[in-house]
Design a protein around this ligand. Structure first.
Ligand code: 13P
Ligand code: SF4
Length: 321
């Protein structure tokens, strides 16, 4: 009985893998026919990352979108990332395979609220994290990502900076930039906010000697335990360059896949409770295929908003890291 069960399991797994191979083949054919590029964020499902022409962090993905000569961009990530691609490439077709893949932190700030904050602090410049809507970017002076937030704020031509929407990233920046007053927005990423120092300490006890790599969206208590604080792609460089063989990841668990590829042989552990971003996991191979077949769902930005948002996004791309 047990043997039969094992055989049926193996057979059904084989069938699933054969289906997956067929979907991947069809995606590759259509990608060629449509002159499309697939961009995937580091938190995407492993099988989705594996079909990406480029896998990276928000800054790397925006840069790739800006420089591609493909006609169609399939964005395997969340809505603000596809919107940023559309701001940069208005003539291209930008597809988000699941239209519900949003970022709850990006929805914590509206353009109307940001304008009100600006009125309350007339001398301040507005720096918005790339995890914002196009409408918010359109009322911001600068945009930044986790990999260049400190550099962008250092280069801002004002002594006061309203930093929208991540309060944890704002605190991280404030500690590293001298001579500027940072006025934080009260937003946060529920995935990174949910990683507690206790969870990280428990993982450290279980894996003594492991280095802790954290995303700057984590709380100060978690960042204080970290050996490396990096954007998602920065984590790949940190792990590859470190002499350590073992790491605890204070970030979304999808990172284990690209890290294992970038530093083969090294071991990566999530904190005691595995952090997962449900929105990042909405994109599947089947949805990517459907998206290429139907050239939908498309992400577009109205021209009046796009041209204003572009100024902030271009300033973000101009800051090298
Ligand atoms: P990165 O730009 O570091 O990839 O971060 C994006 C993000 O949404 C982290 O939660
Ligand atoms: Fe947004 Fe957090 Fe998910 Fe990143 S991990 S997309 S910040 S909810």
């Amino acid at each position: 009985m047990e043997k039969l069960g094992r055989r049926l399991y193996a057979e059904s797994r084989e069938e699933i893998l054969a289906d997956e191979r067929e979907i991947v083949e069809r995606i590759l054919e259509l990608k060629h026919e449509r002159n499309a590029i697939i961009l995937a964020h580091n938190y995407q499902r492993p099988e989705v990352q594996d079909i990406g022409d480029f896998v990276g962090d928000s800054l790397g993905l925006a840069r790739k979108a800006a420089e591609t000569d493909a006609e169609v961009i399939v964005f395997c990530g969340v809505h603000f990332m596809a919107e940023t691609a559309s701001i940069l490439c208005p003539s291209k077709t930008v597809l988000l395979p699941d239209p519900h893949a949003g970022c709850p932190m990006a929805d914590m700030a509206t353009a109307r609220e940001v304008k009100r904050m600006r009125e309350a602090h007339p001398r301040a410049a507005v720096v918005s994290y790339v995890n914002t809507t196009a409408m918010v970017k359109a009322v911001s002076d600068y945009c930044c990502t986790s990999s260049n937030a400190v550099e962008v704020v250092r280069n801002v031509d004002a002594d006061e900076v309203i930093f929208v929407p991540d309060r944890n990233l704002a605190a991280y920046v404030a500690e590293r930039v001298e001579g500027k007053r940072i006025i934080p927005w009260n937003g946060y990423c529920h995935v990174h906010q949910g990683i507690t120092a206790e969870d990280v300490l428990a993982a450290m006890r279980e894996h003594p000697g492991a280095e802790v790599i954290a995303h700057p969206e984590c709380t100060r208590e978690v960042l204080e335990l970290a050996h490396h604080i990096r954007s998602t792609s920065g984590m790949l460089q940190a792990a590859a360059a470190s002499p350590s063989e073992e790491f605890i990841l204070a970030t979304e668990a999808g990172m284990i896949h690209p890290l294992s590829k970038a530093a083969p042989g090294k071991r990566f552990h999530p904190p005691a409770r595995e952090p997962l971003c449900p929105n990042m996991k909405l994109t599947t191979l089947s949805k990517v295929l459907r998206s290429l077949e139907t050239l939908s769902p498309r992400v577009t930005v109205p021209e009046g908003i796009r041209t204003r948002a572009l100024l902030a996004v271009e300033r973000m791309l101009a800051v090298a890291v």
